[in-house]
Design a protein around this ligand. Structure first.
Ligand code: 6PG
Length: 247
């Protein structure tokens, strides 16, 4: 059983990004098929790493077996840009995956980016509450089955960036963040929302992740947002050999 925080998390090291994408695609299929009590609820990560995973999920062998009608797709974070902006995380997932599979539109929940950030964050929380069936998170009832996370060179994850007030949010499930070291205001899941999950998986590929992964894994530098990630269930680092170099 994996641990619930970065120091006790399981580490799975595979050859390269293709290998971690393939492993994750098959593992997500297995988890989705095994979920019997209610929908399979996942929060997709943003950035570039998950693109290959999304492409593999759209291919025969996964796409034709995935229970799309009982899957609810949320996002871990979103850059507050229009949907047709190349930086928009939802748009990348739609190009790579969603436009190729029969997932009902009602099951896909892009983070809204067309109004005012705080109001859109509150709107997104309402969508999560509707699927969860309550307005408060219960320790024995995870909000998500799976939360996928990436990690930036500054130790950020989702859009939980260093030095930002959102790191102190312990009640809201969704909030806003305007990093001082990256473009765009963002919407992001907060620590309590990410914590309320059966499985949290960091997917990290490439030697650019090695130094920060090693620092986060030590778990003692609380200024690194990824260090504060915990889960009700289990936490796994799914990494390639290049990212694992510093471990
Ligand atoms: C975002 C992401 C962010 C991402 C990391 C890693 O919207 O920027 O959610 O947390 O996962 O920055 O990004 P790469 O996968 O591109 O390295």
């Amino acid at each position: 059983m994996s641990g619930h925080d970065v120091k006790t998390a399981k580490i799975v090291v595979l050859k390269d990004n293709e290998a971690i994408a393939s492993h994750m695609a098959h593992w997500l299929l297995e988890q989705a098929l095994a979920k019997k009590d209610g929908p399979f609820v996942i929060a997709l990560s943003g950035g570039s790493t998950p693109k290959r995973l999304f492409e593999l999920m759209a291919e025969p062998g996964i796409a034709d077996r995935f229970p799309w009608d009982k899957t609810q797709i949320f996002y871990g974070d979103e850059r507050y840009v229009p949907i047709d902006d190349p930086s928009n995380n939802f748009a990348m997932s739609r190009r790579a995956l969603l436009s190729h599979v029969p997932v009902p539109d009602a099951n896909v929940h892009p983070m809204p980016t067309s109004g005012e950030p705080d109001a859109d964050a509150a709107r997104y929380q309402k969508e999560l509450e509707a699927v969860y069936g309550d307005k408060v998170l219960h320790p024995g009832k995870p909000l998500f089955d799976v939360v996928m996370l990436g990690m930036g060179p500054d130790g950020h994850t989702a859009s939980l960036f260093p030095r930002q007030p959102v790191l102190n949010e312990r009640t809201l499930w969704v909030s806003t963040c305007t990093p001082d070291n990256a473009p765009h205001t963002r919407l992001t899941l907060t620590y309590p929302a990410i914590h309320s999950s059966r499985h949290v998986v960091f997917m990290l590929a490439g030697d650019g992740k090695a130094e920060m992964l090693a620092r986060v894994r030590k778990g003692d530098d609380t200024t690194l947002p990824s260090t504060q990630i915990t889960t009700l269930g289990d936490l796994t680092f799914l990494v390639d050999e290049a990212a694992a170099k510093g471990l």
